[in-house]
Design a protein around this ligand. Structure first.
Ligand code: KIV
Ligand code: ZN
Length: 497
């Protein structure tokens, strides 16, 4: 009989901390419902005291979701805990996640404190949280770099105070897998009362070891894995849900199982990538575009003879069904609706009609429409409420000539026009744009990515623009990459104009 591993998804908290990945409440509810269908056990819905938006999202997710535990993050601060409890009031199953830094570096530099005082604060926070909820999870921030003897004392104290789950984060992604596994084992063997609680791993990927550390932690007794979709999260990200779920599904000898409906993984991954405007690296395990692509002749030959020669996972097991991903101009509304639904996107009739119109326009320019294309179309309405809109764009460019662009903007109903020349079509178009929006803006990051393949493909552009000491993220998608670039720049400007 296999042991059950609880999956704690923190895409909406740790994942959402990534600059440029912020979602509005409606989008967060959409993600939370999809996570419920995916089968996660716990959804970390936010950090309620951090902003009114986060508070509201935790409230609304609590109302919208039935089965998973809804978890809210706090510091070891009474007001944080009180606000979290308030935000969780509608949750059918609720958990407060409180904690404090336990490494010497955190104790000295972050808290200007000492080890004994940190234990007192940890215990007080757990006892205070227990006044509001039964299920209290404690995190020992930077546990990865915390001395094991001291960590065991902290953990023992918070268990006595009533903690039900103990989270051991490798906050900086520093641990080696063997070292992290030994840390979990040390706690299992040296903490009184440890058998009463679930131990959780929360590993960051700074050295590319997040998943390896998580697996090592589980092999040594942890029974909750904290993960995000596509591994997004602070800096290099967190352990990815899809990797953990598929490792335990593939390695039966580990005798650990999750409740994840793996066939929902691909749709979930695409939904997060699209809503958060965060491309998935093509070679990302399980969900990358190339994860199941065999390019070398030897591999192709082997796969044709027997799929298992080079494939340890059937793509269908993660929801990739090669036969169903292509829509064309002849596809009807029902096919579009069905495909969006398979990708976890449910649209009201009016919005579906609008997406279908856009779909037909795109299908005129592009023969095959892929999942990523329709997810971009489904998310496009996020930019329709913008104050500044691109009205038209005309560009002349070529080899041996200087590029010239003229464009029209509609700003709150008024039309403006400008033209400029530049070093390439994008430069010319952005110079023309800046003639109208006359502010000191600097382009800090600019990436163009084709969604699938083919010269008629949609180009997705991500930009980061600095203005007045702040950085703003923008996104554009168009079969014309100059237009996509201008849309992305305008998307940035709309965040501060
Ligand atoms: O990485 C970390 O330590 C965290 C905690 C707040 C759980 O995200
Ligand atoms: Zn974290």
């Amino acid at each position: 009989m296999s042991d059950r591993l609880f999956i704690f998804d923190t895409t909406l908290r740790d994942g959402e901390q990534v600059p440029g990945c912020q979602l509005n409440t409606v989008e967060k509810i959409q993600v939370a419902k999809a996570l419920e269908t995916l089968g996660v056990d716990v959804i970390e819905a936010g950090f309620p005291v951090s902003s009114p938006g986060d508070f509201k999202s935790v409230v609304e997710i609590s109302k919208a979701v039935t089965w998973p535990v809804i978890c809210a993050l706090t510091r070891a601060v009474e007001n944080d805990i009180k606000v979290a409890a308030e935000a969780l009031q509608y949750a059918k199953h609720k958990r407060i996640h409180t904690g404090i830094g336990t490494s010497d570096s955190h104790i000295k530099y972050k808290f200007n404190s000492n080890r004994e005082e940190i234990i007192e604060r940890a215990v007080a926070a757990v006892k205070y949280a227990k006044k509001y909820v039964e299920d209290v999870q404690f995190y020992a921030e930077d546990a990865g770099r915390t001395d094991n003897e001291y960590l065991a004392r902290v953990v023992e104290a918070v268990i006595k105070a009533g903690a039900t789950v103990i989270n051991i984060p490798d906050t900086t992604g520093y641990c080696l897998p063997d070292e992290f596994g030994r840390k979990i084992r040390f706690l299992k063997e040296n903490v009184d009362g440890i058998e009463k609680v679930v131990i959780a791993t929360h590993c960051h990927n700074d050295l590319g070891m997040a998943t390896a550390n998580t697996i090592s932690g589980i092999q040594n007794g942890a029974r909750q894995a904290e993960v995000t979709i596509n591994g997004i999260g602070e800096r290099a990200g967190n352990t990815s849900l899809e990797e953990v779920a598929m490792i335990f599904r593939s390695h039966h000898e580990l005798n650990v199982e999750t409740n994840i409906n793996t066939q929902k993984i691909y749709g979930m991954s695409r939904m997060i990538s699209s809503l958060m405007n965060m491309p998935v690296q093509p070679n990302k395990a399980i969900v990358g575009r190339n994860a199941f692509a065999h390019s070398s002749g030897i591999h192709q030959d082997g796969v044709l003879k027997n799929r298992e020669s080079y494939e340890i996972i059937d793509p269908k097991d993660v929801g990739i069904d090669e036969n169903s991903i292509v829509l064309t101009a002849r596809s009807g509304r029902a096919a579009l609706k069905h495909r969006l639904s398979a990708l976890g996107v449910e649209l009201e009739q009016e919005k579906l009609d609008q997406v279908y119109e856009d779909f037909l326009k795109l299908a005129d320019r592009k023969k095959d429409i892929h999942d990523d294309d329709i997810l971009v179309l489904a998310g496009a309405e996020r930019s329709t409420n913008h104050r500044i809109k691109l009205d038209y764009l005309q560009v002349t460019s070529g080899v041996g000539v200087r590029s010239v662009a003229s464009l029209g903007l509609n700003i709150a109903g008024e039309n403006f026009e400008a033209a400029a020349s530049g070093n390439g079509p994008v430069d010319a178009a952005i110079k023309a744009l800046k003639k109208i929006i006359n502010r000191h803006m600097t382009l800090k990051e600019f990436t163009i990515q084709a969604i699938s393949k083919g010269s008629d493909d949609v180009g997705k552009v991500h930009m980061q623009v600095e203005y007045d000491g702040h950085e703003y993220y923008g996104f554009g998608a168009n079969t014309d990459i100059v237009a996509a670039s201008v849309e992305a720049y305008i998307d940035c400007i709309n965040k501060f104009c």
